[in-house]
Design a protein. Structure first.
Length: 94
């Protein structure tokens, strides 16, 4: 398997930022969570993409948008994120 087409692995800094984002999400600090998640998601970090999808699916800190949620879940699912794949399947069944 060629590594040239693989997504870059998260760096230790990205892992720390992701942990902070998840902690903020769980504490209900959605603006803080979003500010940590968005750059990671845009950089291709699958778990951040899945969490960003949750923000949009539920309207946490953003206006609820199922199309936007689906897009983020799909991106994460394409990288093998099981929770995101489950959400994509559920949304397609709606």
């Amino acid at each position: 398997m060629s590594m040239s087409s693989a997504q870059p692995l998260p760096t230790p800094s990205a892992d720390g930022d992701l942990a902070k984002a998840i902690e903020a999400f769980r504490a209900g600090s959605y603006t803080e969570s979003l500010s940590q998640l968005r750059p990671l998601a845009e950089a291709g970090v699958a778990e951040a993409q899945a969490w960003l999808g949750a923000h949009y699916a539920n309207g946490f800190g953003v206006e609820s948008s199922l199309p936007e949620a689906f897009d983020w879940y799909r991106r994460a699912a394409e990288q093998g994120n099981i929770a995101a794949a489950t959400n994509v399947g559920a949304m397609l069944a709606m």
